[in-house]
Design a protein around this ligand. Structure first.
Ligand code: SAM
Length: 241
């Protein structure tokens, strides 16, 4: 495993076991007790999940289905992607640095399983742990909206590690670093609100691309998901050779 140490990770773990857990569970949930910004982020994020499912079941890719395909959902959160993947028949290994997130994801899967009359859902395997400690080989590795917790200096190692676990493809989403968003973020740092518990890192697409190229991968598909307050660049990478 690659060691990406530093205090950042401890702060992130604590945040996602505490206030961050409550905040994101609400955003990723379906209850009405969200404000306009949270509702907008919920919408943006659900679009990302939808796009990933579309990407992974794309007909142009030989009309594949996800039945029996091994997928690693790295940094699974409350299971927003794990559940639709499992419903498609994928064999999902889901993990997160936050134990609270993992138990919430497990709870939601059990709920989905109870509603799954046709019995199509394949029970995912859950694990509490950081991305760096992930081991094994998977057809597909997906890591959504986690890079925001990694500065670019650590993101390279993280991307390389995730690519080493993937046999066929790696799907990543991240907050794009453009002059405009960079500026927004800086302004945000000048006026930190109460929810600004962890640092957020934006990434330039070319930096992510360079990190992939360094380990022999290339970007095959790119997408951009934006709402008013949610911005995500979505990429699918495959081995270059
Ligand atoms: N991927 C999920 C989704 O899209 O619904 C969750 C996204 S949420 C914004 C970020 C998640 O990444 C949190 O659940 C957090 O605990 C997890 N996370 C942050 N740093 C991590 C790390 N180093 N290893 C594993 N998980 C991490």
């Amino acid at each position: 495993a690659v060691e990406v140490g530093g205090g950042d990770k401890e702060v992130v773990r604590e945040y996602f076991n505490g206030t961050g857990f409550k905040r994101w569970k609400k955003i990723y949930g379906d209850t009405d007790d969200v404000n306009t910004v949270q509702l907008d982020i919920r919408l943006g994020h659900s679009k990302t999940v939808e796009n990933v499912i579309k990407m992974l079941t794309d007909d142009k890719d030989g009309g594949r289905t996800l039945r029996g395909v091994t997928v690693c959902d790295a940094g699974c959160g409350t299971g927003s992607l794990t559940i639709p993947l499992a419903k498609e028949g994928a064999v999902v290994s889901a993990s997160d640095i936050s134990a609270s997130m993992v138990s919430e994801a497990e709870r939601q899967v059990r709920e989905a399983l109870a509603d799954d009359a046709g019995g199509e859902l394949v029970m995912p395997q859950f694990q509490v742990g950081d991305l760096e400690s992930l081991e094994g080989k998977f057809d597909t590795v997906v890591c959504l909206d986690v890079l925001i917790h990694y500065p670019q200096s650590k993101a390279d190692a993280m991307i390389a590690h995730l690519a080493s676990l993937a046999e066929r493809r790696l799907v990543l989403s991240f907050a794009p670093k453009t002059l405009y968003y960079d500026l927004l973020k800086r302004v945000g740092e000048l006026f930190p609100g109460p929810s600004k518990a962890t640092r957020a890192y934006l990434h330039a697409e070319k930096d992510v691309e360079r990190a992939l190229e360094k380990v022999g991968w290339r970007i095959r598909k790119r997408g951009l998901i934006t709402t008013q307050f949610y911005f995500a660049k979505l990429i699918e990478a495959v081995p270059a050779a």
